[in-house]
Each structure stands twice: as C-alpha cells, then as structure tokens.
Design a protein around this ligand. Sequence first.
Ligand code: DGY
Length: 323
Amino acid sequence: MKPKVFITRRIPDNGIKMLREHFEVEIWEDEHEIPREVLLEKVRNVDALVTMLSEKIDAEVFDAASRLRIVANYAVGYDNIDIEEATKRGIYVTNTPDVLTNATADFAWTLLLATARRLVEADSFVRSGEWKRRGVAWHPLMYLGHDVYGKTIGIVGFGRIGQAIARRAKGFGMRILYNARSRKPEVEKELGAEFRPLEELLKESDFVLLAVPLTKETYHMINEERLRLMKPTAILVNIARGKVVDTKALIKALEEGWIAGAGLDVFEEEPYYNEELFSLKNVVLAPHIGSATYGAREGMAELVARNLIAFKNGEIPPTLVNR
Ligand code: DGY
C-alpha cells in the first residue's frame, strides 16, 4: 500500500506527477487557504504533508496527525512551522532552497527599480489618460526618480537570496554592504561586499534590501528607531517576510519623508489591505510573488517531491531543515 500525502494547495503538475508514483495523493483544490478545522481533519490519516507558508503547522496539527512523519513546506522560509515541536516528535521538515533564489533576487530588483524610477505612478499616468489630458509630450522634470547605478546597496540577510541580489548589484556598479549573523569572507572577496553592523548599513545605504528569515530576532527588526537612521533619499525593499518591518513605523517614515520610498512584496498579514499605506505614491506593492515564475514554482514542486520520495525510500531528504 502506498503511503498517503495531503497537499494543502494545488502545486505545479510536475511535482504531483512524481508524487503519484510513490504516494496516494490528496490535494486541497480550493484556491483559498484550507480552513483550520478541515486541515485538522485531513491530516488524521496521512504519512506526509505538503504545506504552504500561509498555514500554521504547530503542536495542534501534530496532535491531530498521529501517523505524520514528514512535512514538506512549499517555500524556502519555514517560519510557519514549529520546528522545535516537529523535531521533538521525530517529524522531518523540509523546505525548497536554491530553486527559487534567482527568481526571488530578480524580483527584489524589479521592486527596487520600479520604486526608484516610479514605474507604477508613471504607468497609471499613461493608462488613465492623464498624460494625454495634460497634453505635455515631454518635460525635463517629469517623473524624476532616484539614480541606481553606482549607488550603495545594503543587504540585510546574506544567504543565498541576499548574495544573488548582491551579484546583480555588481552589474549596476554599486558599492555593496551587507549585514548577517556571520561574516562571509569568500563572498566579500568575490563581490567586494563589505560587512556593516545593521545601524551603520542603514545610515550608509541608498537602497536597503531585506532578505532575512523571520525569527524572534528579526521580528520588527526595521522599527521606528532604525527607519530614522536611513537617508531621506533611501528606498527600502522587503522581499523577506512582512513581520520583519514594523508597518506602522514604515507608514510614518514614508508619510513624513524620513525615507524616499518602499517596495514591498510581503506584509504583516496576508492577504493585506491598508488604505493609509495604499494611498501613498512612493510605494510599489506586490502580493508575495517573489518566487512566482514558472521555472521556480516547478523547481519547488520537484524539490518537494524529491524530499518526500527520498523519505519514502528510507533516505535523508535532500533539503531537510531539522537535521
Ligand atoms: C518562500 O519560499 O519562503 C517565499 O516567500 C515564497 O516562495
């Protein structure tokens, strides 16, 4: 008899196809998040679970799932899972690193450039007919933005994605600063990146890119005090997790001009709605789509399947988190 896996959202077919060869597969087909009580019911008889970053996988889920041996998170971040609790119960947890690194770094740059050059404002100026109504074909002072080439980028969190963002920054002739829990001498050498304590990085950077995992230490790491350290011409880009930034403080910073703008792919609650933030012109917003390319999402599906198949074959899953 094949072991059972429950997948909490439809993922790309390549992963499902691989899984069907080894598992009895059940999928939650609704595009909305699975209601908690349904999840607790569905996990009762499964050996494996594929979860999304929007689901809290904690002791309550593990209590309901007496047969569960492995949780494969369809994300590189796994702050949605109580790892300590899983480990205590001998449940494996896996994630999807590497396969989404380039897509996410590209998107960090998409937000950086779109915010610096006011792309969304300019797009709606053209699309709304305002440009035609105004009747000004070209003006030397129209939609001026911030220079990027040759400026200083400060990357907070210098793992795979942070480093991929830095590699792209080299092509823009930028000075690269980074902050991380530990120094990365090889990357410093390769990219000429310079380590800075967080406060100094915030003071010196023209662009601050957040690429840290969400942990107790990084929760509201960017708060009022730290936002006040940034340059009034600086732009903050968050592709990490919404809770790394204190949103109330960020809105104040944007309204009062302590910083020039923000590009946000992640929010403190998702889905997110906040009229005060959305009324600001100097923000570019996206609905958590950093890794949303066909290639990355298929890579994630394949890696989820490879982890589960390895587990089924009695091997150590390739991207096990709680080793
Ligand atoms: C992740 O993988 O953690 C991203 O936030 C979504 O791909």
